[in-house]
Design a protein. Structure first.
Length: 281
């Protein structure tokens, strides 16, 4: 049975594991990552100290991109010692609160990790179509009786992601922005400019990846589909038309100001979750 993997922060109970009965040790999250990454690409590993009523020890929440990988990890690791003296218990999350199912885009670094894992390092590439300075002065502001001019550095980036083996090309457009408090300091301005350019390129790369669906087949092969639900009006333009559009002063930049994705740690609910067991010394 095929499974669809999106370039989004993993949601859904089947992709999340709870591991408990963990013994305190240095580098616990690293040990967990090493043990569970054998089953597939991980989005996150978070270890937490048990509540006081549960006794000493730790538990962890591990998110996979693939529900199939999470299921294999649970079946294999449950009841095993893994890297410690006592066995751990592993279960798959069975339900999450509905309001916590907000779908968030992956940042550019996570997108590249996911693409490299399923497509290979040579299976995709990207190129910047245009990176344009759309900065301007915000005008004068009064604060505690002082008047100063604050410059907002803005860059708009259009970028293309190419998957030649699958015949898929997608485009992302995004805005990077930062304020420069001291416009007289050239070093601060140059530093802010480089940071904003990098931010705009990263957001555009993330936007382009949102239009790609990875279809993971039972035999391990991966097919790629274009996700038309994230299609934008700029996708149908030629490169020259796109560059011309971005140069128009009246362009509404807000439509390209994508939010950075931040992982929201959910309150997970597990059916028949037993109380914490305190490891015997």
């Amino acid at each position: 049975m095929a499974e669809v993997v999106e370039f989004r922060v993993p949601t859904g109970s089947a992709r999340t594991l709870l591991v408990w009965g963990l013994e305190p040790e240095p580098g616990l999250e690293h040990s967990l990552f090493s043990a569970f990454s054998k089953f597939g690409l991980l989005y996150s590993v978070r270890a937490h100290r048990n509540a006081a009523v549960a006794g000493p020890g730790y538990y962890a929440i591990i998110k996979f991109y693939s529900a199939g990988d999470a299921g294999r990890a649970q079946r294999t690791c449950n009841g095993q010692r893994l890297f410690q003296n006592s066995p751990v218990k592993v279960c798959v999350c069975t339900k999450q609160k509905e309001f916590q199912q907000q779908v968030l885009a992956l940042n550019s670094t996570k997108c590249q990790e996911l693409a490299n894992h399923y497509l290979g390092f040579n299976g995709w590439s990207s190129r910047i179509i245009t990176l344009q300075n759309v900065s301007g002065f915000d005008g004068e502001n009064d604060e505690l009786g002082k008047t100063f001019r604050k410059r907002s550095v803005k860059y708009l980036c259009a970028l293309e992601v190419m998957l030649p083996q699958h015949g898929v090309h997608t485009r992302g457009v995004a805005l990077g922005e930062a304020d420069v408090e001291d416009v007289e300091d050239p070093l601060e301005f140059v530093t802010a400019t480089k940071r904003v350019q990098k931010l705009a390129v990263g957001k555009a790369l993330s936007s382009a990846f949102q239009k790609i669906l990875l279809v993971v087949l039972e035999n391990g092969k991966v097919a790629v589909e274009y996700n038309s639900s994230h299609e934008e009006p700029t996708d149908s333009l030629t490169e020259e038309e796109l560059k011309g559009l971005l140069q128009v002063n009246e362009l509404s930049l807000e439509q390209f100001d994508l939010e950075e994705d931040n992982e929201v740690l959910s309150d997970l609910s597990f059916d028949e979750l037993p109380s914490q067991e305190v490891p015997s010394n």
